[in-house]
Design a protein around this ligand. Structure first.
Ligand code: NAD
Length: 367
């Protein structure tokens, strides 16, 4: 029997703890409540650096294994994101299974809040797909372990300006690596997705004198960017053929794939979207081979989690912004590490995250 087959057979026999073994997840909590229809999974990947923090996603998964795989994958990603951002947070995530439009109710969210509360602060939740800040307020009725609350409730409000600032400084560090100085003046940048983060990024880029191209599925968003920032619009079927210096994915994941990498002529990929590489290994390697510098998404877009972290400490936006500025140095350092070790930038970012966790774990063991 092939090694892969043995692994798959073992996993089939041990589909839950077996999955946890692969990436060393600490704890997975399955939540059920017949009265409200709540079915949820909370995954705590690693709490060496601090309590696990990550959003709750509500999604109509095809089956429970799909939900489990998603929550395990996303919680591990949160461990790396917080570690590399230098935060004292671990990685966690939660998924509620079901169609948010049909199933979401005050009772369901409050019941979910009680489950979070039962973990005593080991998992802190926040917004994610199909969850709003109003939903966070409802969960907060049952537990204090919620972040991303509105400003009028003492929360940190919209994280997007902090995220966009992090993307901007990371892009400058990338420019320094490629062109020897970090000015973006005159650089041709394609921003895909002119939403909360994308628009704020376009503002930074325009102020610095970059030539900005914009694309969005919403005509309204495109028109606003053209009017306000004198950006140039580009159609979806033409944007990857453009002669550009930098591609900033700020819409959805998986936009760095076989198709786009085959066309892209840029020197840098640096944007806010999560999970930009359709296949982490394959497309990280492909970008490197093509001489495109990929700034790893979870390093670049850490402004969001940084913002939420400062909410836990008593929110002051200046502190969050000052921390987000450090993304410049982190980006620069990981590029140097990738070169020295001849690995992809994504691998370097994961190594940086793991190194910090390993070193702090040693201190914890001493204490
Ligand atoms: P948003 O919903 O405000 O904006 C997304 C924009 O992308 C919208 O204008 C939408 O019309 C556009 N869009 C969607 N599909 C598209 C497509 N196929 N082509 C072109 N445009 C498309 O979201 P946001 O808060 O600006 O976040 C943008 C990305 O950054 C998301 O992937 C998000 O997960 C990630 N992110 C955001 C934050 C944050 O602080 N908001 C933090 C970390 C990561």
């Amino acid at each position: 029997m092939e090694v892969q087959d043995i692994k798959e057979t073992k996993l089939a026999q041990n589909p839950v703890i077996g999955q946890m073994l692969i990436n060393n997840h600490e704890q997975v909590v399955f939540c059920n409540d017949n009265a409200t229809g709540l079915k949820a999974i909370i995954a705590i990947h690693n709490t060496v650096l601090g309590p696990s923090l990550g959003g709750t996603r509500m999604w109509n998964y095809n089956n429970e294994m799909e939900a489990l795989n998603d929550v395990l994958r996303l919680s591990r990603g949160m461990t790396f994101k917080s570690s590399v951002a230098g935060l004292n947070l671990g990685g966690g995530k939660a998924v509620i299974i079901g169609d948010a439009k049909k199933l979401k109710s005050e009772a369901l969210l409050r019941r979910f809040g009680k489950f979070i509360d039962s973990l005593g602060g080991k998992y802190i939740t926040a917004e994610d797909v199909a969850m709003s800040s109003r939903d966070m307020e409802i969960i907060h009725m049952e537990t204090d372990h919620v972040s991303g609350l509105p400003e009028n409730m003492g929360g940190s409000g919209d994280p997007s300006p902090v995220t966009a600032y992090g993307v901007y400084v990371s892009m400058k560090a990338s420019a320094k690596e490629i062109w020897g100085n970090d000015s973006l003046s005159g650089k041709k940048v394609l921003v895909q997705g002119i939403g909360h983060v994308g628009e704020s990024l376009v503002e930074h880029l325009t102020k610095e004198g970059a030539k900005v191209f914009v694309n969005d599925i919403s005509d309204e968003r495109v028109k606003a960017a053209v009017t306000k920032y004198k950006a140039e619009t580009v159609a979806a079927d033409k944007m990857f053929d453009l002669d550009i210096d930098i591609y900033a994915p700020c819409a959805l994941g998986a936009s760095v794939n076989d198709d786009t990498l085959g066309k892209l002529k840029c020197k840098i990929i640096c944007g806010a979207a999560n999970n930009q590489l359709a296949d982490e290994k394959k497309h990280g390697d492909m970008a490197k081979q093509k001489g495109i510098l990929y700034a790893p998404d979870f390093v670049v877009n850490a402004g969001g989690i940084i913002n939420v972290y400062y909410e836990l400490e008593g929110y002051v936006r200046e502190r969050a912004m000052a921390h987000a500025e450090k993304i410049y140095d982190t980006t620069w350092n990981l590029f140097q590490m990738a070169k020295a070790e001849n690995i992809t930038t994504n691998q370097a970012a994961i190594r940086l995250a793991e190194k910090r966790i390993e070193s702090i774990a040693k201190i914890n063991a001493v204490l």
